[in-house]
Design a protein around this ligand. Structure first.
Ligand SMILES: Cc1ncc(COP(=O)(O)O)c(C=O)c1O
Length: 476
């Protein structure tokens, strides 16, 4: 062997210890650090754009460079003050499980290649099934995330509908763009992805859905799927799942629920109340890499009747004939897009085994409560205006002092300025959205290390920045 791609055990161990030390120290120091870091393209290109070295470099030097130039200029999604987009704070057992699974290089495509991981995926999916109150005919597949879950769901829906030529798909205007993209990828023409105007509460009105479907049927189209939101990314709003399920059942249309953000709220009593009706969907996408505190990539698609997935995806291939092995085993590759696939269940299983479900339930409940407390703070503030009630850990608001002398255009500029100051100068990270074209600051509070002080101090910072921006406006 002359190629030199192996390392002696003591070097392997020493490097792994070095990486562990880096990760543990990073975690320890994170709260005192900023929640965001980034570099402009030109600076990073100068540092990283080079020919690969012909001869290897010292491993510690390479690792330290990766940490400095690659991994550090990034949003720290696991920071206690990461409130932008959908943050993500993986548990340490989840991180270790990914390391373990990568080290074992398991390919969870088939039972033959990975029977333990295949069984564990079935176990974890069965946990999710029970948490959602889904029937025991249900099953599913772990995916890279909510986008892939939607893609697989729409393929199953299309096949269940007999692959009609003029297929249409329906979703509210608060649905994540990942859903519309998934519909396009499976071949639904963009003008047949119907984006329905939601009501004042940002939820789909089943009457609007029914009118759109009726018009399409009259025009010769075949509705193949409705995608309902179980926690929209902008506001956390949940579509009326029971009413939409009634409608879809009566019309024979596949109901997919995008619970990528909100699904794990089902672990809590208030969350379960909000998500009532989800158990009637034909399919549900949910992301453990969001509110189940797992490292990327951990998504999941559950379908009410697992055979609908297998009918859509299983294809016999001679070269894989040996993977039908023993009796009664699923091959997870028959349930979705991927053949080669990493083990995505181990991190969930190890985290839940080590901490217990109660700890996850409490952490999710805390996110819900902190967002509600944030909404109360905003409602009491003379500087801030609450734009949507807290829902599933998300609250939207803007700087708009009492009296409301500024119009929406001026408030847009003002709030953008405040957000930019938070972004560049403060320890917290927030992002924004548009609510009926009104600019809104958006706080998503789902990280398990976030405390009320993190939330309160961030809101107070925004109040201070808002007052300063107003004073600057008045002076100019
Ligand atoms: C509600 C919702 N659905 C779907 C997605 C897409 O999921 P993923 O990024 O895991 O593909 C997101 C991402 O934030 C989301 O918030």
């Amino acid at each position: 062997m002359t190629h030199g791609l192996r390392m002696p055990p003591d070097v392997m161990r020493e490097l792994a210890k070095h990486v562990t030390e880096i990760l543990v120290e990073r975690r320890r120091g994170l709260p005192a650090d900023r929640a965001w870091d980034g570099e402009f393209k030109q600076d990073l290109a100068e540092r990283l754009m080079e020919d690969p070295p012909e001869a290897g470099r010292p491993p510690r030097e390479v690792i330290d460079r990766a940490v400095r130039d690659v991994l550090s200029p990034a949003m720290r999604l696991d920071h206690p003050r990461a409130f932008g987009f959908i943050p993500s704070e993986p548990t340490w057992p989840g991180v270790l499980a990914d390391y373990l699974a990568t080290g074992f290089n398991v390919n969870a495509a088939t039972w033959l290649t990975a029977s333990g991981s295949s069984q564990l995926e079935t176990v974890v999916i069965d946990w999710f099934r029970r948490w959602l109150g889904y029937p025991d005919t249900a099953g599913g597949v772990m995916t890279s995330g909510g986008s892939a879950a939607a893609l697989d769901a729409f393929v199953a829906a299309r096949e269940a509908a007999g692959h009609p030529a003029q297929a249409t798909v329906y979703m509210g205007d608060q649905c994540h763009s990942a859903q519309a993209r998934a519909a396009r990828i499976i071949g639904i023409r963009p003008d047949r992805v119907r984006v329905l105007p939601t009501g004042p509460d940002f939820r789909v009105d089943p009457g609007v859905l029914a009118s759109a479907v009726a018009a399409d049927r009259a025009a010769g189209c075949t509705p193949i799927a409705v995608c309902a939101d179980a926690g929209s990314t902008s506001t956390g709003a949940v579509d009326p799942l029971d009413a939409i399920a009634d409608y879809c059942a009566a019309e024979g249309i596949w109901l997919h629920v995008d619970a990528a953000h909100g699904g794990f709220a089902a672990l809590t009593e208030p969350g379960a109340r909000l998500l009532r009706g989800i158990e009637r969907a034909d399919s549900i996408g949910m992301d453990p890499h969001k509110w189940l505190f797992q490292p990327y990539e951990a998504g999941c698609l559950l379908v009410k009747d697992v055979r609908t997935l297998e009918r859509a995806f299983a294809i016999h291939h001679d070269v894989l004939q040996d993977s039908v092995w023993g009796a009664n085993h699923p091959n997870q590759t028959d349930r979705g897009l991927q053949l080669s696939r990493r083990d995505r269940a181990l991190k969930i299983w190890m985290s839940v085994q080590i901490f217990g479900v109660a700890a996850f339930r409490a952490a999710v409940a805390e996110g819900i409560e902190l967002a509600e407390r944030a909404a109360r703070h905003v409602a009491d503030s003379p500087v801030l205006e609450l734009m949507t009630p807290a829902s599933l850990g998300i609250v939207c608001f803007r700087v708009n002092p009492d009296g409301g002398a500024l119009d929406d255009g001026a408030l847009h500029q003002l709030n953008r300025k405040v957000l930019a100051r938070v972004f560049w100068e403060e320890r917290a990270f927030m992002s924004s959205t548009l609510l009926r074209r009104k600019f809104a600051l958006r706080m998503c509070v789902i990280n398990h290390s976030t405390t009320w002080d993190d939330v309160r101090e961030t809101l107070e910072t925004i109040e201070r920045l808002g007052r300063n921006a107003l004073a600057g406006r008045a002076a100019s």
